[in-house]
Every structure is written in C-alpha cells, then in structure tokens.
Design a protein around this ligand. Structure first.
Ligand SMILES: [Zn+2]
Length: 588
C-alpha cells in the first residue's frame, strides 16, 4: 500500500501546485533549476509506483484486511530504495536484481495463498494443507500438478507478467546526477516526510515479532519447518501406539461370536456416491455391485444417505478409527490417557488378528493406523510394479489373508486409492467406455455450463468408478465365498470423503466447500441375520461413526458402547454433523 500511497499523494500534491489559491506554491521553487533532476525524480517515483502497485495487487489476492497493509509496510523499504539516487552503475544493477527478487518473493507468496484460498478455502499453515504437504511424496506431487496444471498455468502467467513489469521498472530507479545535485533540487518536504514516516513504520513492523513473521521469507521458512516437524512426529509413533494398546487391554473388550469370524473393512478414497449406478447414477458405473445387491437381498444394505464429515483423508481416517470422538490437544506428544481408543487396538485386545492391506504409500496413515495391525502390506511400495497404482494389485494379498489358518478371528482392513486424483491413473489404459458418445450425463453437464475439461474429468472419473466397481465387487465376492458357508463373515465398504467433478461447480478435485466433498457411499454385507429393512437404509449415516457399526459387525462388547450411533442397531439415533458447507437435507 505504501508505494501506491506515494503515487496517490504525489498526484494530489501535483494538483495542489496548480491551485492558485494555495499561496505557498506561488514561489516557483524548481523552475530555477536548469537540470532534468525533476524528470529523473519523476522516473524514480514512477518506478516505485509501478513496482509497489504490482506488488500490492498480488498481496491483496492472497491476503485480506489489515494483513494487506501489514505486508505492504514490510515490502516498502526495498521498494523505496528505488527513489534513493545511486551513482555507480554496478550498484544500480545490484539494486535492480535485489528489488526484483524481493518483489517476486512477495508476489509468489501472494499467488500461492490465492491459489489455496480459491481451491480449498485454506491458508498454507492450516492443518489440512500442512498435513497434505507433510504426507505427500514426490510421485503424488507430480500427479497432483498433472491434475491441476490449468491453475498452475494461470498463476504462473500472472507471476510472469508481474515479473516482467517489476523487472522493467526496477531498472528505472533514481540516478545520482552530480550536475543536477550542484543546484538545490531537494525533493519536496511532503515527499521526504512521507518516506521518513514509511521507513519508521517499517522499522516498527520489523521490530514486532508477529508482524515480522508475515514476511514471505520468514513465513515460508517457518512453514517448511512445521512440515518437517510434523513428518518427524509421524515418523515414530510407536510409543503412542503402545499406549493405545495398553489402553485397549485395560478396557478389556470381549468378542461374543463363538466360532470363526472374518470381518473386512474396505476404505476407499474420493468416491462420490452420486457417480455410482448403485445410487442411481445415469452411467452404468457399478454393474458388479448391482449384481451383488440383486443376489444378496437383505444381507446387503446400501446406506442411501451416507456422509463423511471431513473432506480429506487424514482427518477422515482419524475419525473412523477413533469413533468420531474428540482428541485432547497435542495428543501425539503428551499423555493421551483421555483420548478415545483406537478401533484396531480394541479389535486386537478382543482377540482379532488384524491385517492392513493398502494401495496407498502414506506415512501418516501408516504410523497412525496401519501399524496397529499384525500384518501390514503396503502394496504400493513394492518396487518394479507394472502399473503405477491400480487397486486390483491388492487382491492377491487379501486372498492370502483369507487363506491364513493361524487364527479364527480376522479383521482385514483394505485401503484403496479409489478415484483419488489424477483420475486417469485409476483405471487401466483404454478402459474408458464413457468418452465416445454423448449421453444424458454429458448433456446435463453441458446444460449446466460445465467446461470441456471438467466434462472430460467426469468421463475419467466415471471410468475410474467402473474399475473401482470391479475391485470392490471382487473383495465382496472373496468375503462371500471365504471359509465354510456357515462361518460368520461381514463386510463394510465406504469412502473417506467425496469429490467434486462438476457436480455443483465448474471444478474437479477435493472439495471442502461443496456438499460433493462429503457425499460418500457406504455398503454393509453380513453372512447371517438380515440387515436393515428398506426404510432403515434411508436413514442418514455419518462416516465418523463407522467405528460403532464396525464394533457391531465384529461382535465386540466393551464398556464404551454407544448403541445410538450404530446405524445397524434398533437404537440408532441420527444427529446431523457440523460440516463447513450448508446442507439442505442429510436425507438425500
Ligand atoms: Zn482421501
């Protein structure tokens, strides 16, 4: 703001000199100076003005309110340097480079913040962005950029324009002219005062810690430190897990099922139920699950109105495995006796052997959940795998778990990539049947004004769902045919969160700010006892309560039971969750 203000005030002062009623301007101060000093000064002021205004525009994109002014003050000193006459040409070149680097630091900061704000309504130091950054490996980053290259191009273009503009004008800083300085050509009093005031305010800004911390260099250095700390905290959670296991043993849960029992939990990623034919979607994306439904009848419940309460993986899984109960602050580092128990710890304490079979390569999830299991298979880490990330790769591992004869009680957790971006990587090559002809879905999207690239993403997303249908159905088939026919088996399938693919807005990806980010599928199958009747399947279900339902499927009795949160029970009582978007009705 400061440099722009310089420009505005210079303009105001200029008008005042034209005003014949202002007596002080009657004495022509500068007209006696025969040099071009005012022209040079004008040049320098213009340079300050343009560099400052460019900077201010980018700062304003990524910040709001008082923050804009605070960052402008932090940026001001180096911009004002352009008005300081320099004699040596080399010094002026150094100044040009330094001013450019300085300005681009602020510009980059503004652009990154603006992008995050626009896409996720999130600040870079928010838990979601920090968690995602700490939890992302190089391959995932590449996939992410590939998916979002359009935004990247737009923001890079904006930065390039800013870079050229700043570069052009940073070269026009004030030049020390010996001839001109021999006559008195001091800048007007108001200008000197203004610069002085600005520099004083900047001194205050740099002396104040909370203010100084907004400086891009300091902020992003601190940010990368936070990411590093988070990763280090995840890297060894063994003590936390040991405490959770001790807590679970103290609770002493009891498995009531006599005889063999096998329970499968399939957690998938980024599946929006609105794209499943099983939920009434217009494209045939789930033929196999529909066939299972027709065969299984009352043993299979499709929960019509399932919702996640989180729009990203880490908090979603945390809620699923901790019964949606709140954690004490800083649970990772301190004592966590008051923290909710971990479902896998309870299952093990009740005598279950636990498998975690995952197609994710994910440090936080491995440390926070997977390592509770007796057997951990991170299939995605196997080097030299032919296909980068297709979920079908896990089927053999799951078959091995079914074949294991060392135990009577099995809990097999399967963590799939589902339709996690980039969608085109989630199905085999040339397996997209939705990209040739124009169908009702395509027509609807056109009518809603969705752009060509969002419609293309929708085709890929639906093809990913079709492949997903194959993997999920295979898992259900394996469960249905495992062991002896009279053995107790149960299967639950749900997504960690939804996905926006042109449903409510012209964009594709994770979506904390639209309902599509929370609309998930949830399906239960059980070998004995019919599941919910038709009416009960219309009851809304929330994914953070998964633990209560799963404990019912595991037939584990324990002191913390809350029957009103088990969607399969007669005592189930729905309570609407608090999610960051307005939902008209959770029952549709
Ligand atoms: Zn996810």
């Amino acid at each position: 703001m400061a440099p722009a203000a310089v420009g505005a005030l210079a303009f105001a002062a200029h008008r005042r000199t034209q005003n014949p009623n202002a007596p002080s301007t009657r004495i022509p101060r500068l007209t006696s100076a025969p040099s071009d000093a005012p022209a040079s000064r004008g040049n320098a002021l213009l340079a300050c003005g343009v560099v400052g205004a460019t900077l201010l525009a980018l700062i304003a994109l990524g910040h709001d309110g008082r923050r804009i002014a605070q960052l402008a003050v932090l940026a001001a000193p180096v911009v004002l340097w352009l008005a300081w006459p320099l004699k040596s040409a080399r010094m002026r070149r150094v100044r040009t480079v330094l001013v450019w680097l300085w300005a681009m630091g602020f510009a980059l900061d503004g652009a990154v913040r603006a992008y995050l704000l626009d896409t996720y309504q999130a600040a870079p130091d928010g838990a979601m962005v920090l968690g995602a950054a700490a939890n992302t490996n190089a391959r995932e980053s590449t996939e992410y950029l590939w998916m979002h290259w359009r935004s990247a191009v737009v923001w890079s273009a904006a930065l390039a324009v800013a870079g050229v503009l700043v570069g052009m004008f940073a070269r026009r800083g004030a030049v020390f002219d010996a001839a001109a300085s021999s006559v008195r050509t001091r800048s007007p009093f108001w200008l000197r005062s203004l610069v002085l005031v600005l520099l004083l305010v900047a001194c205050v800004a740099y002396a104040s810690k909370p203010w100084r911390r907004l400086h891009p260099a300091i902020f992003w250095a601190g940010w990368s430190q936070s990411v590093h700390t988070l990763r280090a905290a995840w890297a060894d959670q063994e003590k936390v897990r040991d405490r959770a296991m001790a807590q679970a043993r103290a609770i002493a849960p009891v498995a009531l099922q006599a005889g063999p029992s096998t329970v499968v939990l399939v957690i998938t990623d980024s599946i929006n139920r609105d794209n499943m034919a099983l939920y009434g979607y217009g494209r045939p994306t789930t033929p196999r699950l529909l066939a299972h439904k027709a065969q299984a009848g009352e043993q299979m419940a499709v929960l019509k109105n399932a919702w996640s309460v989180d729009a990203s993986t880490l908090p979603a899984l945390r809620n699923m495995f901790h019964f949606g109960l709140p954690h004490a602050e800083n649970a990772e580092n301190g004592k966590d006796g008051d923290n909710p128990p971990h479902l896998l710890a309870l299952a093990r304490a009740a005598g279950y052997k636990v498998w975690w079979i995952s197609n994710h390569d994910d440090l936080a999830i491995e440390q926070q959940h997977a390592r509770f299991a007796d057997v951990v298979d991170m299939v995605n880490r196997t080097p030299g795998r032919a296909s980068a990330s297709l979920d079908g790769e896990i089927l053999d591992c799951v078959q091995e778990a079914f074949a294991d004869t060392s135990t009577d009680r099995k809990l097999i957790v399967v963590h799939l990539m589902g339709a996690h971006p980039h969608y085109s990587l989630r199905f085999p090559e040339n397996a997209n049947p939705f990209d040739d002809d124009v169908d009702a879905v395509e027509t609807g999207l056109v009518k809603d004004g969705r752009s060509a690239w969002v419609r293309r993403f929708r085709q890929e997303y639906d093809a990913a769902l079709l492949y997903h249908d194959f993997v999920v159905s295979e898992l259900l088939q394996q469960t249905r045919t495992a062991g002896k026919p009279d053995e107790y088996r149960a299967w639950m399938y749900l997504s960690d969160h939804g996905q926006e693919v042109g449903h409510g807005s012209d964009r594709a990806g994770h979506s904390p700010s639209t309902a599509s980010g929370y609309r998930i599928p949830a399906v239960v199958w059980r070998s004995r006892e019919p599941l919910l009747g038709g009416a009960a399947q219309q009851q809304p279900f929330r994914a953070d309560w998964t633990g209560w339902t799963l404990m019912d499927l595991l037939k584990i009795q324990w002191s913390g039971q809350m029957p009103e949160r088990n969607v399969l029970g007669d005592a189930y009582r729905w309570q609407a969750p608090k999610i960051p978007v307005a939902v008209e009705s959770f029952s549709r």
